[in-house]
Design a protein around this ligand. Structure first.
Ligand code: SF4
Length: 472
């Protein structure tokens, strides 16, 4: 998928004008955090499970080579094939080759962020193979020619009215206005595609080293039809999806849906282990796993390794004040919100994704809700430092930071300067109450007023309160 991440600021300006986005997102982003809160309240050991989930992922990342090879051995033992791919190009060529060998004209696809990363659909189309997304959200954005705006709800940004028009334009039946009718029509169209497909492609939420199984977690059942009906099943997954055992998987699955939608478990949690056996009722004749690195292994053992614990639950997006204001498309690539800001610099390069780590107030809500306890604010600070070191930012921004750093390294001078500044601003704003504009702060005052300070700094208010035995 082509990145527009370097145009993040322009993307944000255009998304902020999108009233439809605010209306649609406003609704769904109220519901998902509530669901998580209720699921947590019903499971007293939820926090302990998060610790275990973090530890399982840490242990796996520290022994990733061992578990990936163990996974490969088990897949081969079950009659499947594993294809190791270093780059997106290699991965999509591998998928294409498998499809061509199978003589495929159409392929059905379950929801998969990795195939978005790889730009798989465009590659298949360019080579005469029609990919059909079967997750209803993915199907909608495929018809619209768009990219996902949310990890688990790719079409969250689309209103019902927009879907009505899209379906009418493409299916040429009736302008359905009720959600149920729209879903029934989508289901009918897709059902025919399942039977016509020569290859089914899915992602994987987990890969289990102990059994060589791949796992998908869905609510629509589309993934199951995608992987069992065609004669060839291809699983595309990145290397950090592996977990050691079934027991580890069963721990992680207790926190994934609860963090995502508040469900105790999704409608379908499906394990695939190898191709169809002689006594199986259904299943594919061939089972392939395409394992993608795309730069991840380079970061093992570094300060940002922890971001590879992510299980793509979307809780950090659902609780992020920045994401809820600008939506997913502004981020300009596959992963959005806090996890996008932490992961995209690793996958796209620090400079291409340099704006994203700045799209955060560092309020810490993302870390507070993450089921595998990824310290996202710490990782964002790391990328900010790295981008600055590599020369990112305008001359004005870099000189402003250098000016600030000069004072920050001399606390006595910083306190003196800040005290003087607060006094001046306090006096200047005494009769106004708030400033409509301030030099160097137009980014703030463009959309809101800046309250006039009372004339003292936080440090002096804090000291005064401590002396008087009260809280500041
Ligand atoms: S970073 Fe944590 S909260 Fe965000 S998607 Fe990944 S696992 Fe979920």
């Amino acid at each position: 998928m082509k990145s527009t991440t370097s145009s993040f600021k322009e993307n944000v300006h255009s998304e902020l004008q999108n009233e439809n986005l605010k209306r649609v997102f406003g609704g769904i982003l109220q519901v998902l955090p509530l669901g998580r809160a209720m699921a947590m309240a019903n499971l007293p050991e939820f926090d302990a499970l998060r610790d275990q989930a973090r530890d399982i992922k840490n242990h796996t990342l520290e022994n990733l080579d061992f578990y990936l090879e163990a996974f490969e051995a088990k897949v081969i033992e079950q009659g499947g094939h594993v294809h190791w791919c270093e780059t997106h190009e290699e991965a999509r060529d591998t998928v294409l080759k498998i499809c061509q060998t199978a003589g495929a004209k159409t392929v059905t696809k379950g929801k998969s962020m990795i195939t978005e990363e790889m730009g798989l659909n465009a590659h298949l189309e360019a080579n005469g193979i029609e990919p059909i997304e079967t997750d209803m959200g993915e199907y909608i954005i495929q018809l619209a020619g768009e990219t996902p705006s949310h990890l688990i709800g790719p079409a969250f940004h689309k209103s019902k009215e927009e879907v009505t028009e899209l379906f009418y334009e493409h299916h040429k039946t009736q302008r359905w206005t009720e959600g149920e009718d729209l879903m029934a029509e989508g289901r009918k169209v897709l059902r025919e595609k399942y039977f016509a497909a020569d290859v089914g492609i899915t992602g994987a939420n987990f890969l289990i080293a102990e059994t060589g199984s791949t796992v998908i977690v869905t609510n629509e059942g589309n993934g199951d039809l995608t992987q069992t009906l065609p004669k060839v099943h291809i699983v595309c997954a990145s290397i950090e999806k592996v977990v050691p055992t079934l027991e580890d998987f069963s721990q992680l699955i207790r926190v994934l849906p609860r963090s995502a939608t508040g469900q105790e478990i999704t409608a379908y949690t499906t394990l695939s282990t190898g191709p169809r056996r002689a006594d199986d009722l259904d299943g594919p004749d061939e089972f392939h796993v395409v394992l993608l690195d795309a730069g991840r292994s380079k970061y093992l053992g570094t300060e940002v390794q922890e971001v590879l614990r992510c299980i793509r639950c979307s809780a950090c997006l659902n609780h992020c004040p920045i994401y809820s204001a600008i939506g997913g498309h502004a981020y300009g690539w596959v992963y959005q919100g806090p996890i996008g800001a932490a992961l995209d610099p690793l996958l796209l390069g620090t400079m291409e994704a340099a704006h994203l780590p700045n799209a955060s107030t560092l309020c810490g809500r993302c870390e507070a809700v993450c089921p595998v306890r990824i310290p996202i604010p710490k990782i964002l600070r790391h990328w900010r430092t790295e981008a600055h070191r590599q020369g990112f930012g305008t001359v004005g921004e870099r000189s402003g930071l250098a000016f600030w750093a000069f004072f920050a390294r001399r606390p006595w001078l910083y306190s003196l300067g800040a005290a003087w500044m607060m006094k001046a601003l306090g006096a200047w704003g005494a009769n106004r109450g708030a400033f409509k504009s301030l030099p160097f702060l137009s980014g703030w005052t463009l959309s809101r007023d800046m309250p006039a300070p009372e004339g003292e700094t936080f440090q002096s208010a804090w000291k005064k309160a401590q002396k008087e035995g009260r809280s500041a």
